[in-house]
Design a protein around this ligand. Structure first.
Ligand SMILES: Cc1cc2nc3c(=O)[nH]c(=O)nc-3n(C[C@H](O)[C@H](O)[C@H](O)COP(=O)(O)OP(=O)(O)OC[C@H]3O[C@@H](n4cnc5c(N)ncnc54)[C@H](O)[C@@H]3O)c2cc1C
Length: 291
């Protein structure tokens, strides 16, 4: 089913993001996580796509397996920067054939670990071109989602410029958006106000990253330009060498963040699970009375 239609029916949406596992052992672990999270009755789950197309087959195989072996609605992430348009059409034709109806259309980034990575001449250079390509070739078969950046995309000179291009993606056919992680809800509320002034009215679902490993999330946050508030940094630094304490702080913080978002009337919450269920389940238990 198309996620845009489900979003119209549900009061609050809960969704989970996974990445494609590297080997069969990791795949078994992921399916345990999926089974645990399935019991929370999420609106949808999504599977990421490796930078530059590096997980093309693995993403496709996990998406297919979730679609066939669970009752979950699954959305495939797809990045365009490393593919020719012909390859993109092949991937989408295959998704259509196996019954997938939801695509998160992204530009992606040049993979940092591949030396001399070449962007194919005939590729979509920005996500908006990918959305246009999908619409031109598949009409309304796919529900298309897009990425949004409450603090602005790191390459963008300012938030206004980024919102200008965000609007282009919506005009091209994106039906809902998921945000980059953020840790200060004020960025999200300001962003909502600004996009609303631009006449953008698609659902924008905040992406929530529970911090369970401070070193790793600090690196991610730096890369994607997400600010970690000083007060949270201090609390995490104080327990940096005690993984269980870090997790406790991370869960408590994400719980407060989610409660505040729900009280401000958000349509849903999208959790970056990093293929683990425990932190997300604990946060869910803390907020379920508001869902
Ligand atoms: C929810 C979410 C999920 C993600 N999943 C993945 C994933 O699975 N795999 C992965 O590799 N990455 C993923 N990313 C990261 C994403 O690929 C990067 O942030 C990437 O740098 C931008 O992708 P985009 O689709 O937002 O690009 P775009 O919307 O194309 O924007 C990229 C930059 O270009 C600017 N821009 C847009 N259009 C134009 C134009 N016409 N002219 C000039 N400038 C323009 C924008 O302002 C922005 O600065 C995800 C991000 C989010 C928020």
């Amino acid at each position: 089913m198309k996620i845009s239609n489900i979003l119209k029916q549900v009061n609050k949406s809960i969704s989970f993001e996974f990445f494609p596992p590297k080997n069969s052992q990791a795949e078994n672990q992921l399916f345990n996580t999926i089974r645990e999270l399935e019991s929370l009755n999420p609106t949808f789950v999504s599977v990421t796509y490796g930078a530059g197309g590096s997980t093309r087959d693995r993403t496709r195989n996990i998406v297919k397996k979730i679609h066939e072996k669970t009752n979950l609605t699954v959305m495939a992430h797809l990045t365009c920067i490393g593919h020719t348009k012909e390859e993109i059409l092949e991937i989408l034709t295959d998704y259509k054939k196996i019954g997938i109806e939801n695509i998160l259309a992204l530009r992606g980034d040049i993979p940092a670990d591949i030396k001399d990575f070449e962007i194919p001449k005939d590729s979509c250079k920005f996500a908006v071109e990918l959305i246009q390509l999908i619409k031109e070739n598949f009409g309304n078969h796919f529900c298309i989602a897009t990425a949004a950046y409450p603090e602005g995309h790191p390459e963008s000179p300012n938030l206004e410029r980024d919102i200008f291009f965000f609007k282009k993606k919506v005009e091209a056919g994106a039906e809902f958006a998921i945000t980059q992680m953020f840790f200060d809800n004020r960025f999200f509320y300001d962003f909502l106000e600004k996009v609303s002034k631009e006449g953008i009215d698609i659902p924008i679902i905040p992406g929530i990253m529970p911090i369970t490993n401070f070193k790793q999330i600090r690196k991610f946050a730096l890369m994607c330009g997400a600010t970690i508030p000083e007060e949270l940094v201090k609390r995490l630094e104080a327990v940096e060498n005690k993984p269980e304490e870090v997790k406790k702080v991370g869960i408590e913080y994400a719980t407060k963040q989610c409660i505040d978002l729900l009280e401000h009337g958000v349509k849903g919450l999208h959790f970056y699970t990093l293929n683990k269920s425990d932190a997300t389940i604990q946060i869910y238990e803390n907020i379920k009375h508001l869902l």
